[in-house]
Design a protein around this ligand. Structure first.
Ligand SMILES: Nc1ncnc2c1ncn2[C@@H]1O[C@H](COP(=O)(O)OP(=O)(O)OP(=O)(O)O)[C@@H](O)[C@H]1O
Length: 303
């Protein structure tokens, strides 16, 4: 597994605040990597160090094998770390042309292609003054992509977006990883969204790494088979100690390989199965366990 980002003992203090506290992190090349953590966990500080915007107090960080701030490495990276602000009187097309000129790549950039990639073809000649937050974010991503980076860092790419905007951003991020082979690193507070889009995640708390791993592995822990059945009482009787009620459904604590046998046994006993699916731990539950953050009652999931 080649790493695009490696940090060792990375520490950043602001007076008495330890924004990063001895962070050891290795982010593999390829795929979408989520950096999670409650407010103040150190996500933005990490990104700012990786982009060479601030210096660490202690420890080290490397980006694509080079030291942070290395010009050659920086050229292979793109970023959007805040909702971008562009001159309001420019159109989306003019903004991208302006950014391309600024980066000295105006001759090589296919602006219509990037407008299309971020879904802004129809708005290409509208002034950005009237753009929604989502459109601005997408234009910002297009700007970050102009130089065809191998790695792109996005801080809260879906903040302030409505559900269709979030869906479009998710599709774009997945396509950058799947179709363009880019490594995408993002920070987000939208845990369900992160679970949908990321391959791996790191959870930070108070500047330290508290959990890291593939989303599929993290969320498969404690996986159970959830069955909507009638009558549920009879199914629970049959499952014995391996069964538990979950509202109108039952949860069977069985391995994936045992699933078909369990279903056959229930059907054989005259039980109707309306739905069967595997449910694991969601990222939200892992997040609250690892960070000790207090979960609002309405967001607590059963099962
Ligand atoms: N320039 C600064 N001066 C002083 N303290 C700072 C500065 N930048 C960050 N901090 C502090 O460092 C800690 C980490 O902040 P950081 O912005 O990295 O967290 P974050 O995980 O990105 O939070 P959020 O989810 O709110 O964006 C916080 O306690 C913050 O107040």
């Amino acid at each position: 597994m080649t790493a695009v980002i490696e940090t060792r003992g990375l520490t950043k203090t602001y007076g008495t605040v330890r924004a990063l506290d001895g962070l050891d992190l290795s982010i593999p090349r390829g795929g979408v990597y989520g950096v999670l953590g409650p407010n103040g966990a150190g996500k933005s500080t990490l990104f700012r160090i990786l982009l060479g915007l601030i210096r660490p107090t202690d420890g080290s960080a490397s980006v694509m094998g080079g030291a942070v701030g290395d010009v050659a490495a920086m050229r292979r990276m793109g970023s959007m770390i805040e909702t971008p602000r562009f001159p309001p009187y420019l159109t989306a097309r003019q903004v991208l042309r302006w950014l391309a000129l600024e980066h000295g790549i105006a001759g090589e950039v296919d602006i219509p292609y990037w407008l299309d990639r971020v879904g802004l073809t129809e708005a290409a000649d509208r002034k950005v003054r009237g753009f929604s937050v989502g459109m601005m974010q997408r234009l910002g991503v297009a700007g970050a992509l102009l130089s065809k980076p191998e790695l792109i860092i996005l801080d809260e790419p879906t903040s302030g977006m409505d559900p269709p905007g979030i869906q479009e951003m998710r599709a774009l991020i997945r396509s950058l990883a799947n179709d363009d082979g880019m490594t995408v690193i993002l920070a987000s507070h939208q845990l369900l969204e992160v679970q949908r889009v990321c391959d791996r995640v790191a959870i930070l708390n108070k500047g330290k790494l508290v959990r890291e791993g593939a989303v599929s592995e993290l969320t498969s822990v404690g996986e159970r088979l959830r069955l909507s059945v009638s009558p549920p009482g009879k199914a629970l009787e049959l499952l014995g100690a391996r069964g538990a009620a979950d509202g109108d459904a039952v949860l069977a604590d069985v391995k994936r390989s045992e699933g078909p046998d369990v279903i056959r046994a229930l059907v054989g006993a005259g039980i109707d199965i309306h739905e069967a699916r595997w449910v694991g731990t969601d990222l939200e539950a892992i997040f609250f366990t690892e960070t000790g953050a207090v979960q609002a009652p309405e967001t607590i999931h059963a099962g």
